[in-house]
Write a protein that binds this ligand. Structure first.
Ligand code: SF4
Length: 83
């Protein structure tokens, strides 16, 4: 899957999650966000003009990235989930 496909998957799952995957997306996103919240690269630990909570390593908005099942953390702190 290309990076663009991962971004589209993340935003689709954030805004319009498929009904049959809604619960697993929510669970995985919450687990990943727990890790991100402790990570030194999360934007909340830096000064940024961007209003969204994002990863300063890859630049992705975390509300969407953590919901892209095919995406992985750039620091290998969480992995992609093979469907
Ligand atoms: S995606 Fe990875 S590197 Fe980025 S904030 Fe989350 S845990 Fe940190």
């Amino acid at each position: 899957m290309s990076k663009l496909d991962e971004i589209i998957e993340g935003w689709r799952n954030n805004l319009f999650p498929p009904l049959e995957k809604k619960e697993i997306i929510k669970t995985i996103s919450e687990e990943r966000m727990k890790i991100c919240n402790e990570c030194p690269f999360i934007s909340t630990k830096h000064s940024s003009i961007r209003p969204d909570v994002h990863c300063t390593k890859c630049g992705c908005t975390l509300a969407a990235k953590t919901k892209s099942l095919n995406s992985a953390c750039p620091e290998k702190k969480w992995e992609a989930v093979t469907e």
